[in-house]
Structure formats: C-alpha cells, structure tokens
Design a protein around this ligand. Sequence first.
Ligand SMILES: Nc1ncnc2c1ncn2[C@@H]1O[C@H](COP(=O)(O)OP(=O)(O)OP(=O)(O)O)[C@@H](O)[C@H]1O
Length: 322
Amino acid sequence: MIEVRNITKRYGHLTAIDRVTFRVDKGEVLAFLGPNGAGKTTTMRILTSFIPATEGTAHVAGFDCAEQPEEVKKRIGYLPETPPVYQELTVAEYLTFVGKVRGFSGTELRTAMERVMERLALGSVQHRLIANLSRGYRQRVGLAQALIHDPPVLILDEPTVGLDPKQIIEIRELIKSLAGSHSVILSTHILPEATAVCQRVVIINGGRIVAEDTPDQLSARLRRSEKISVTLKAPAADMMERFRDVAGVEHVLTTSDPRTVLIECALGKDIREDVARFAVGQNWGLLEMKPVSMTLEDVFLRLTQREDELPNSNETTMGERH
Ligand SMILES: Nc1ncnc2c1ncn2[C@@H]1O[C@H](COP(=O)(O)OP(=O)(O)OP(=O)(O)O)[C@@H](O)[C@H]1O
C-alpha cells in the first residue's frame, strides 16, 4: 500500500533523510520511531506529496507521490503534529468545510460527517467552538478531518503529543481499531506507543533507517545472551565467584540490589535448574529467579546512540519483557 524506495531529501547541504526504504502493507500499522530531528516529519511530508524527495521514489496505493499528488492525496488522511483545525469554527462547521474540500456535498457529506463523528465520539461537542475544546478533543477533530473521506492510508505525525494519559489511551485504542481496514504510519519518539499500537517498527536515526522488525524480534535480535536475575535471602560474600562454577554460566553481573545478581549464559541455553539447585545447595535462600531480556527501550538506545554514550551495560539489559 505504501512503498518507499531509496528516498533522500537534502535541504541545502543538510541531508535530512538518506536512502530511506520501507513498505507498509494493507491493513498494517507501522511505527516510524526516532529521536527528534531523525527525519520522521520529512518522510511524512514526502509521502503526503507536500514536498518532493531529492532522490528516490515513494508510492501510495500505486501512485507516485511526486508525479501524481492529486491521486495520492485522495487516498491519504494526514494528521500533522499540530492539528490543522480552525479555532473560530464549530466542530460541525469545520468538518463540513473539510468534507467540501474533499469533494462531498448533500447526503454524501452528511453521511461522511455522521460516520466520523460517531467513530470519534464527537457528537456531543459538534456545536462547540474548536477554540474551546480540550486538547484531546481537538486531536480527535484532527483525526476526524483525516478520516472524513475514508482513505485507505493514514499518516499520523506524533498523534499523542501533549495529551493526558487518559486521552493517550483513547487515541491509541482508536488507532488500533483502524488496523486491518487501513494502512497506518504512526510517527513517534515514544517507545511504548510503538509497542502498544504497531505490528512493525522502523527505527530512523540521523536520517537513516537503523532497524526494521516487529517489536519482539527487534529485542530478540539484539539480545546477545540469555540472562536470569537471581535474588537470594542470604548471599555469601563470594557469591559472584561461586556462581561461575555452575556449568554454562558465562558472566555474573552485580545489580543495585546486593542480594540480586544477573547470570548470563549462551543464547538458547537454559541453566535455571542448575542455578536453582546450586543456590539451594549453598543454603543461600533462593527468593526469586526470573529471565531478563532487553526492552525495546534498550534496543532503541543501542541503535540510536554510540556505544560510549550508552549507560552501564548492567542497566541497559535490566528491563523485563512485557
Ligand atoms: N525546511 C527545512 N529546511 C532545512 N532543514 C530542515 C527543514 N525541515 C527539516 N529540516 C532538518 O532536517 C532534519 C530532519 O527533520 P525532521 O523534522 O524530518 O525530523 P523529525 O524526526 O520529524 O524530528 P521532530 O520530531 O523534532 O519533528 C533536521 O535536522 C531538521 O532540522
């Protein structure tokens, strides 16, 4: 549904994006994840035919974003970072305006408006001025304008920025409900958003794609070893050394809790039984033992920061799989 091939965008001497390639299939929700200035908005603007790429091609539903902008725009709903709403209009007036711009009139326009107002629960505020709405409602109005022509493709640039936690959950639920019937690109710098809402994640940094996979696979690919966290009631002073005697143990790492250690072994090995037997045999009082893996946050840090900028490796691998 969306096909981006080797697009590069230069602003003078600055290369904002550099040979970016990815695709989004029908009904798929893709997270476009990256820190500020990574090139997310530039990519969205090329896809929505707002600006041309310097090099490379982008297609939406088979239409070329540079050569056939009208066809592309018909098939895209776009919610920019700041919703393009007119404060001095009521919700109904604004959606009527957007519907007319999209070419609707009469019954068709009324049906389209009713459909989006129901989907976004805007009925109760349809006669209120947009200026007087909460940010959450304003964002819903922004989404309504993106959906009014029922486009197969939706491009949402940081759709939850500035919302409160309840509004964030509502907007994320709504985006999830669009999966299957719409292809969605969700640009975000918020990691939990990518995992909560999207089936696939593209990570962009410094204008380049540094990873592309499902959230789980990304974590798995970057995992270099299996780790288990072991908490003891009465650890011995030389516990670190002693655990190394267990067959298969490669490293023993300290944590901020003196009773807890992280034990590493080779990928694919399961040494939990041997570690448990050993701790019990030493009478150390085994309180807890659990596998530990990288969170997407760890992966993101690894991919978007240089090795010397990374926090202590013990901490980066402390996250647990959700
Ligand atoms: N019109 C422009 N002229 C010159 N440089 C630009 C222009 N638009 C973006 N840039 C630069 O291109 C790079 C990528 O910007 P872009 O806005 O695409 O990043 P982003 O990932 O969307 O970041 P943010 O989340 O901060 O919006 C940045 O270095 C930015 O300063």
